[in-house]
Design a protein around this ligand. Structure first.
Ligand code: GAP
Length: 435
């Protein structure tokens, strides 16, 4: 696609996301808040589907993984020991003329991207949000909103070992909010100031050679890629990029970013880092191995995923325009497992009580088993199909006069528009076949 088309596609996605209740600008009625977004009724379902699939694959579906939900607020010492208080910063450049601020490393020719003015010398800007715990606002009460969920895992390492006595290697995973006071938030939900992460810290024995940690690293590269493809991202749009030494975070010995072809360019979707024993060592935590009777500090491989970037990638991947019945239509081609709504039930006509009664019966029986089922009797059938297409509902079930005779409904497939008659008693199996 040409650049202009991609820009237009992005605008259409943002507009559809708002129109159909996926994503709204945060605090919009007060002019918004830069870099902050709210998820509407369908956005929250899509996000939950992503998180549930991830949790099933990487946590509950495995024997060697433990789930966690640690607090966002942590003792400020965590952030001193983790190196974030001193080193979690981006270079900030300010224009001498218009006083706008930019991320220094993103500026190409040292001229202000806004007015072309001269940029003042760069300074480091720490991206953690400060806050105060309790009524006093002095330095002893100061802490930060967590900029990564990972530290909640590290500081609970001993608790989990004491409760479950896991054999190494094992992992601890959590999903939760993270906050970064980004200098330049942008590209819709791609770079925001409040976002959600899904992270795993996978603890391994201290390696005797590079090969020992590399095999785990390679394993997690393969697992990450497989999952990204499983949720429906096109293989050819996902790239692995090893970061250069200068680009590594302060804790990482090696990082591989998974980049994705977003409509605005190829950018980081998720990543994988070899954090060595940096964090556990700094928190003075170690592990007693019952097998070897030795105490050591485990090393860590960290797969990390941004939920919001996955939402955006999936929206971009799903957004499709085509022509049906001589009319242009837009539809979201989500895999059924990700679709916020799995099925919509319609009475053909809403002024025919027998049809409405039968349709309510079908709706209630399907909804009982598949809660992501909705009722829609608003407007003509064509309009209802378009509405469901735009939110990515895989199946529309219409109750018509034939239903009253033979207990079948028409099931319309979102992608092809094809309709077939299915016995009501077969509906659940039919809808579930693709989950
Ligand atoms: N614990 C490691 C860590 O936080 P990171 O690469 O800084 O690593 C992990 O962040 C993931 O979090 C990224 O790959 C991205 O998906 C997501 N992420 C980071 N900053 C973000 C932001 N400002 N807005 C949305 N997602 C972000």
């Amino acid at each position: 696609m040409a650049n202009d088309d991609l820009k237009l596609k992005m605008e259409k996605i943002v507009s559809l996301a708002k129109r159909r209740g996926f994503i709204y600008a945060g605090s919009e009625i007060y002019g918004g808040l830069a870099g902050v977004w709210d998820y509407g009724p369908l956005g929250v379902e899509l996000k939950n589907n992503i998180k549930n699939l991830w949790w099933k694959k990487f946590v509950s579906g495995r024997e060697d993984m433990f789930g966690l939900d640690a607090a966002i607020l942590m003792n400020a010492r965590v952030w001193e020991k983790s190196g974030h208080a001193a080193g979690f910063s981006d270079p900030l450049a300010e224009c001498k003329k218009c006083h706008q601020r930019f991320r220094g490393d993103k500026i190409k020719n040292r001229a202000c991207p806004n007015c072309g003015g001269e940029l003042a010398g760069e300074r480091q800007f720490n991206m953690m949000f400060e806050t105060f715990v309790g009524p006093a606002k002095d330095s002893s009460a100061k802490t930060y909103l967590r900029p990564e969920t990972a530290q909640g895992i590290f500081v609970n390492f001993k608790n989990i070992v004491d409760s479950f006595h896991p054999k190494i290697p094992f992992g601890v995973a959590q999903i939760g909010k993270a906050f970064r006071n980004e200098i330049s938030p942008g590209d819709f939900i791609f770079r925001s100031r409040e976002f959600e992460q899904m992270e795993i810290e996978y603890f391994i024995r201290p390696p005797e050679s590079d090969k020992d940690w590399q095999k785990f690293f390679d394993y997690w590269v393969a697992e990450t890629r497989a999952w990204l493809e499983q949720i429906g991202l096109t293989k050819e749009k996902i790239y692995e990029r090893n970061l250069s030494r200068e680009d590594l975070a302060h804790y990482s010995k090696k990082t591989a970013d998974f980049e994705y072809d977003f409509p605005f360019g190829r950018e980081e979707l998720c990543g994988l880092a070899y954090r060595t024993d940096f964090d556990l060592k700094n928190h003075s935590l170690d592990y007693y191995d019952e097998e070897t009777k030795k105490t050591f500090i485990p090393h860590v491989i960290e797969p990390t995923f941004g939920v919001d970037r996955l939402v955006l990638a999936l929206l971009a991947e799903a957004y499709t325009e085509d022509e049906m019945g001589g009319e242009k239509r837009i539809f979201l081609k989500f895999k059924p497992a990700l679709a916020p709504i799995k099925a919509a039930v319609f009475p053909l006509l809403k002024n025919k009580p027998a049809l409405v009664e039968k349709a309510r019966e079908v709706y209630e029986s399907v909804k009982k088993e598949i809660p992501e089922t909705i009722w829609d009797d608003n407007g003509n059938i064509g309009k209802r199909y378009r509405r469901q297409d735009e939110i990515g509902t895989p199946y529309c079930l219409t109750v018509d006069f034939e239903t009253l005779e033979n207990d079948t409904v028409t099931v319309r497939d979102r992608d092809t528009g094809k309709q077939e008659r299915i016995k009501i008693k077969m509906l659940l199996d039919f809808i579930r076949q693709n989950f």
